[in-house]
Design a protein around this ligand. Structure first.
Ligand SMILES: Nc1ncnc2c1ncn2[C@@H]1O[C@H](COP(=O)(O)OP(=O)(O)OP(=O)(O)O)[C@@H](O)[C@H]1O
Length: 311
């Protein structure tokens, strides 16, 4: 379990993190979303014990990061922004060093090394120095060090940054496979990642939590939630007809696509389908929209005030 209580960090005159409180339980993957400079990395660094909070606190598996920092870090794997340092070490040398730091020995050490190397597919680069690796492999080495001691909690700052689409897919699978008994927080700019791996999302801007919900609940806040869109040969001709259907609030045409938006609480998909059938209109790519996370993200974060000046 990871918990923050009124976590706050002030840099000079900027309150980078402003009273952030949340609790993540084992089995949950929390997506931490926010625009550049929102305070995601600063929050993660405070939980990981790399930065001291100005006020408030956090705990990992019940251990307070300020009063019981060593125990808190023992239960936590942390992937920081960017690549691991120690570029002159080989990948094997770097992972052996992390195993030393984590106090791994004997059979368990061998097991954990094999597991991390296997999961992150690092066997082919074990003898290569970290600085000569591609960005994607550096990220994978960073992930391997984070999971090496098989921690109960994981904090991963942009875990798929710099990976190609295949590697992104693999790392998301890895996160899902580790989620069952662990508490995981990931930060990301990629909204599709939220649907792919997160059971819950927090949107943060200017250091403050603006939304805390499941991906489906966030999608339900989108104006596209429950909308019906399609391609038809003559969308402009259909516009007026669709707007007359009961429960339709608005109709928009964009490119070759026409979208009917429902009034609050109305379900319009079957009615639109019946109308098209009745009029014998050939529609392609007819779909019921779940809602668009990018639009919800924009509307929530753009309404936020800029970071507050510290008192
Ligand atoms: N060491 C520092 N000294 C002064 N200000 C800092 C420092 N580190 C971060 N900040 C400021 O704190 C705010 C939050 O930064 P943070 O890196 O936590 O944001 P972020 O959400 O992780 O952004 P990104 O998505 O770009 O990584 C920003 O305004 C940033 O400029």
């Amino acid at each position: 379990m990871i918990e923050t209580r009124s976590l706050t960090k002030t840099y000079d005159r900027i309150r980078a993190v402003d009273g952030v409180s949340f609790r993540v339980e084992p089995g949950q993957v929390l997506g931490f979303l926010g625009p550049n400079g929102a305070g995601k990395s600063t929050t993660m660094k405070m939980i990981a014990g790399f930065l001291t909070p100005t006020s408030g606190t956090a705990s990992v598996c019940g251990h307070d990061v300020r009063e019981d920092g060593i125990q808190a870090r023992r239960h936590l794997g942390y992937l920081s922004e960017g690549a691991p340092s120690y570029g002159e070490m080989t990948v094997r040398g770097f992972l052996e060093f992390i195993a030393d730091v984590r106090g791994l020995a004997g059979e368990r050490r061998r097991q954990r090394m094999d597991d991390a190397i296997g999961r992150l597919q690092l066997a082919s680069v074990l003898g290569q120095t970290v600085e000569t690796l591609s960005k994607g492999f550096k990220r994978r080495v960073g992930l391997a060090q984070a999971i090496l001691h098989d921690p109960r909690a994981l904090i991963l700052d942009e875990p798929t940054d710099g990976l190609d689409p295949n590697q992104k897919h693999e790392v998301r699978g890895l996160i899902r496979s580790m989620a069952a008994e662990r508490t995981i927080i990931i930060s990301t700019h990629i909204l599709e990642e939220v649907n792919a791996v997160c059971s819950r999302a927090i949107i943060i801007a200017a250091g403050r939590v603006l939304a805390d919900a499941t991906p489906a609940e966030l999608e339900a806040r989108s104006r596209y939630h429950g909308a019906v869109s399609m391609r038809v040969p003559d969308p402009l001709a259909l516009r007026m007809d669709l707007s007359r259907i009961e429960g339709v609030a608005q109709v928009e045409v964009e490119g070759g696509r026409i979208t009917a938006f429902p009034r609050a609480g109305q379900r319009i998909f079957e009615r639109v389908q019946d109308f098209l059938r009745g009029q014998k209109i050939e529609a392609s790519e007819l779909q019921l929209e779940r809602g668009r996370l990018d639009e919800v993200f924009r509307s929530i974060t753009q309404a936020a005030a800029p970071a507050k000046e510290a008192a």
